[in-house]
Write a protein that binds this ligand. Structure first.
Ligand code: SIN
Length: 491
């Protein structure tokens, strides 16, 4: 690993099951590689069904004690976890950068973002109140309690290796659930480091278990089949989300699915164009464009189209691309060769349909490494509405842009997608703000704002972008069910 950690023990490389750091039962391993160089960062267990089952056994064993632990005590442990994460932010950022590639300042920013969910849910743990229901029948008292759903299986992606773990595990623990977790095979080291700190914060043995594997299906199948697992929370692709929804129906698990997006970004001609350019820079180029909420389709009203393209191209062509180790880097490598091939296919397809490349449009640093995973930040103008990049998630630093004439036309285009995660629009017309917000089919709307996610806000989509919400008060409800109690014979 090219980074020195202050706390070297954070570089954990084993599964954590029942409070014990352990190898995979079968002894298999997988290599975690730095996407910038292809070099190995660490070897971790490549777990199979036996490890997955052991994790559920541990979570089942720990559940009764954890669910009956007073909420205040669970909150204290979560607050300690938050404090430890923040105290180790630099080390954790280095671990993210080494396995995921994002620039170090952005990685450290992700740690603060992750910790904000832990802190939020530590506070929410003590506010999971039930209801006393006004008397409906003489001699009866009715009430509703909130209870933890049980064992939660959390399956997390590689693009935000810390934040997605925190956003799922913190509310689960706050609610009194126990957890089995499978982070992405590309980025398990951040997850393991966070679990190490959770252990240090006092999360009891068996409450949080983590299984690393490249055989995601084998591990997920065990959790899908096991009726003791009561909830699956997943962030990832829509096909995998649909598979989980289908397969979990056998044991009727509760589900939260945060799936693919295809966000429209609309600039009306009455907008502050500089603010719209800055908003797109933040929304599109964060994490090199590898986010579910990043704009995939940019629609600019014809009167301001030329000005917008000119200003945006100047900003995008100035972005610094490079390894996380270079403090000037703003865009790191893409996660792997497959990811970069998809970006190339999308750009080539758009160009073949008549798009103009205003900046970028190619891989970088191929003279240093033929299989370079760096892609130049790209602006494509005059993109045909049938182009692949308008319909499939590109997951890269490419802003494809087209013009439009009327509000009705752009709303129709924005909603013409099976996905419905985020949408963005820029306007200074207050009436339009309400009209367009109401008309957009999605779970999250950015109005004159490019950075949307926050621990206090509900994050999630509609349509093929999934269901369930993360963060906010709704994020805790996802891990609880309601028990209605009717006490009779009181008169
Ligand atoms: C995601 O891309 O899945 C999460 C993005 C965010 O939290 O803003």
């Amino acid at each position: 690993m090219s980074f020195e950690l202050q706390r070297k023990e954070l570089m954990a490389t084993k599964n954590f099951i029942a409070g014990v750091w352990q190898d995979a039962v079968a002894g298999e391993t997988l290599s975690v590689n730095n996407p910038a160089t292809g070099e190995r960062v660490a070897l971790v267990p490549n777990s199979d069904a036996k490890d997955a089952k052991a994790a559920v056994d541990a979570a089942a064993h720990a559940f009764e004690a954890w669910r009956t632990t007073p909420a205040k005590q669970r909150a204290v442990i979560l607050k300690r976890w938050n404090d430890l994460i923040m105290a180790c932010a630099d080390d954790l950022g280095k671990i993210i950068s080494s396995e995921q590639g994002k620039p170090l300042s952005e990685a450290v920013g992700e740690i603060a973002y992750a910790a904000s969910y832990v802190e939020w849910f530590a506070e929410e743990a003590t506010r999971a109140n039930g209801d006393i229901i006004p008397q409906a029948v003489r001699g009866r008292k009715m009430s509703a309690y909130r209870e933890p759903v049980g064992i939660v299986a959390a399956i997390t992606p590689w693009n935000f290796p810390a934040a997605m773990i925190a956003r799922k595990i913190a509310p689960a623990l706050a609610a009194g659930c126990t957890v089995v977790c499978k982070p992405a095979a590309e980025t398990p080291l951040t997850a393991l480091a966070l679990v190490k700190l959770a252990e240090e914060a006092g999360v009891p043995a068996g409450v949080l278990n983590i299984v690393i594997t490249a055989s995601s299906k084998e591990v997920a199948d065990v959790w899908l089949d096991d009726a003791r697992v009561r909830k699956i929370t997943f962030t990832g692709s829509t096909p995998v989300g649909k598979h989980l929804a289908h397969e979990s129906s056998r044991t009727l698990k509760k589900l939260a699915l945060e799936l693919g997006g295809n966000a429209p970004f609309i600039v009306f001609d009455d907008a502050d164009i500089d603010a719209a350019v800055e908003g797109l820079m933040v929304a599109k180029f964060r994490n090199g464009g590898q986010t579910c909420v990043c704009p995939n389709r940019v629609y600019v009203q014809s009167k301001v189209y030329g000005t917008f393209l000119e200003k945006l191209t100047a900003r995008v062509s100035a972005l610094v691309v490079g390894p996380a180790s270079n403090s000037a880097s703003q865009i790191g490598p893409m996660i792997n060769a497959k990811a970069i091939s998809k970006i190339e296919e999308h750009v080539n397809d758009a160009v073949a349909r008549g798009a103009r490349v205003l900046t970028g449009g190619q891989r970088l640093f191929t003279e240093q490494r033929a299989e370079s995973t760096y892609y130049a930040p790209t602006v494509l103008a005059d993109v045909d509405r049938a182009a692949r990049c308008f319909h499939e998630e590109t997951f890269g630093p490419v802003a494809p842009i087209t013009s439009f004439e009327t509000e009705a036309e752009v709303i129709e285009m924005a909603n013409d997608s099976p996905f419905g995660l985020a949408s963005y629009f820029y306007t200074n017309d207050m009436r339009r703000v309400h009209r367009v917000t109401d008309a957009l089919e999605c779970g999250i709307v950015g109005v004159n704002e490019g950075a949307l996610a926050a621990e206090a806000a509900p994050f999630g989509g509609v349509k093929d972008s999934g269901y369930g919400r993360e963060g906010s008060v709704h994020g805790l409800e996802e891990y609880m069910h309601i028990k209605y109690v009717c006490q009779g014979g009181l008169e």
